[in-house]
Design a binder for this molecule. Structure first.
Ligand SMILES: NC(=O)c1ccc[n+]([C@@H]2O[C@H](COP(=O)([O-])OP(=O)(O)OC[C@H]3O[C@@H](n4cnc5c(N)ncnc54)[C@H](OP(=O)(O)O)[C@@H]3O)[C@@H](O)[C@H]2O)c1
Length: 421
């Protein structure tokens, strides 16, 4: 089949999925519209057991304009929600003041089910009082195809339905946490802070496609119901206040792999508009009253790849090499190493990202494979965004944290191993 036919089929599949979640939006406001009785924001936030979500929850707890927070999360068969929330707060170095803060109520929910899986009483209480919805929960998986994200898409639709059913005079504001990957194939100079109706901008990964469909559901809802909504396209989040950065993600994996490969990749002229998670969460919360349908959340003042990777290389005692040569080295290691495959992947976890790395054209885009995104509206809404940039202190914090949790060897161990070689 010709490539254009395959693209056409895929476009149709993505649009079909979108149309399933945009049909029959409720028309008109509920008959008994009331003036909100509350002074202060009442916020429904999803996914607070996740990295970004727990930092959002922390900011909301400390915000004097916020009166009450409903933190909706799925349940786990292994642990209670309270325990999971405190654990993630501690793991991510969230301020002590937020642990068990009286403002938030943890709620076990099934977002994709009718009434979000809540009893009618609680659903009605939330629906009647909520002033903002921040929807952060999402499945983060770069391998699954779009069909596997239907529960996330249904959850988004159900949250919109809750907002639209609000009896308050002012319809709740909906903030959808999107990703710059939703526009990963944008071919213009800079992605505008606007909805992009062409689905091909997101093609390549079910995850990026799901975020594009999510944005479009939200946008269609605002067009046909009057929902006030902003999709915030978040860039790469690079670690918490205590230096925690999920070791299963791409860049931590590249760093760990350097110990075995002895090299880190260097992409000439590339820039890193990464944002630390706590700051990103604060900015996202500050965007909650914006009237823009789309905002971008990444650093307009990006760090230089060779500087950041230079700092990492110094910490690890390894060298930099051009990214294409590094990628060949990684592939060779993956295919021909003397060790069993599982051992190779443990030592060089970047192996798991080879399909993604092969798909990314680092030479075309200066932003680690993503197009440049405009942030001028975001900076207008939250001026502090322009001051955020990776510092040497952050880089040291990541490395120290990875050493503390045993992801990287301690300096002394590394020196002892190297001296024997
Ligand atoms: N991290 C980044 O660099 C980055 C970049 C761009 C955008 N984002 C967006 O930011 C948001 C938060 O990401 P994160 O990095 O904080 O991810 P994370 O740490 O994996 O947290 C994801 C959260 O979503 C929940 N979740 C996952 N799948 C779910 C499902 N099928 N139904 C209901 N809840 C589900 C998780 O619950 P459990 O704890 O039960 O698993 C967790 O609370 C996501 O929308 C993501 O797309 C993140």
């Amino acid at each position: 089949m010709a490539l254009s036919d395959q693209c056409g089929d895929h476009t149709q599949r993505v649009l079909d999925i979108l149309s399933r979640f945009t049909s029959a939006f409720p028309q008109g406001r509920p008959s008994a519209v009331v003036q909100g009785q509350t002074r202060g924001d009442v916020i429904l936030v999803t996914g607070t057991t996740g990295g970004l979500g727990c930092n959002i929850l922390a900011h909301l707890c400390l915000d004097p304009h916020v009166k009450k927070i409903y933190a909706l999360n799925r349940s786990s068969p292994h642990k209670g929600l309270e325990e999971r929330q405190v654990e993630i707060f501690k793991q991510r170095g969230v301020l002590e003041d937020c642990l068990n803060h009286p403002k938030y109520q943890l709620v076990e929910a099934r977002l994709s089910e009718p009434l979000l899986g809540l009893n009618t009483e609680l659903y009605t209480e939330i629906c009647e009082s909520v002033t903002h919805i921040i929807h952060s929960a999402w499945s983060i998986n770069l391998v699954k195809p779009l069909d596997n994200f239907e529960d996330c898409l249904q959850g988004t639709r159900n949250l919109i339905d809750l907002a639209v059913a609000s009896p308050q005079l002012t319809i709740p504001k909906f903030v959808f946490v999107s990703s710059i990957s939703a526009v990963r194939n944008y071919s213009g100079v800079s992605v505008p802070e606007e909805p992009i109706p062409d689905p091909s901008v997101c093609f390549g990964f079910g995850y990026s496609e799901s975020k594009w469909v999510g944005e479009q559901i939200v946008y269609h809802a605002s067009q046909s119901t009057g929902l006030r909504a902003t999709s915030v396209r978040v860039g790469i989040l690079c670690g918490d206040r205590n230096g925690h950065w999920n070791t299963s993600e791409l860049y931590p994996s590249v760093v760990k792999s350097a110990l075995e490969l002895r090299y880190l990749p260097n992409t000439e002229d590339a820039l890193l508009p990464w944002i630390p998670t706590f700051e990103a969460a604060g900015i996202l919360c500050a965007m909650r009253n914006s009237e823009h349908p789309v905002l971008h959340l990444e650093s307009p003042n990006p760090a230089v790849w060779s500087e950041v990777f230079g700092m990492l290389a110094k910490e690890l005692g390894v060298s930099l090499m051009p990214d294409d040569v590094w990628l060949s080295l990684l592939q060779d290691y993956s295919n021909h190493g003397d060790l069993p495959k599982a051992e190779r992947r443990a030592r060089v976890p970047a192996i798991d990202f080879i399909p993604y790395l092969l798909d990314v054209d680092f030479s075309t885009y200066r932003y680690q494979g993503y197009p440049h995104v405009d942030t001028s509206k975001a900076v207008q809404v939250v001026p502090m965004l322009k001051d955020i940039r990776i510092t040497e202190e952050m880089v040291t914090k990541w490395v120290n944290h990875w050493r503390e949790i045993g992801f990287l060897p301690r300096k002394e161990t590394l020196r002892a191993v190297r001296s024997k070689l």
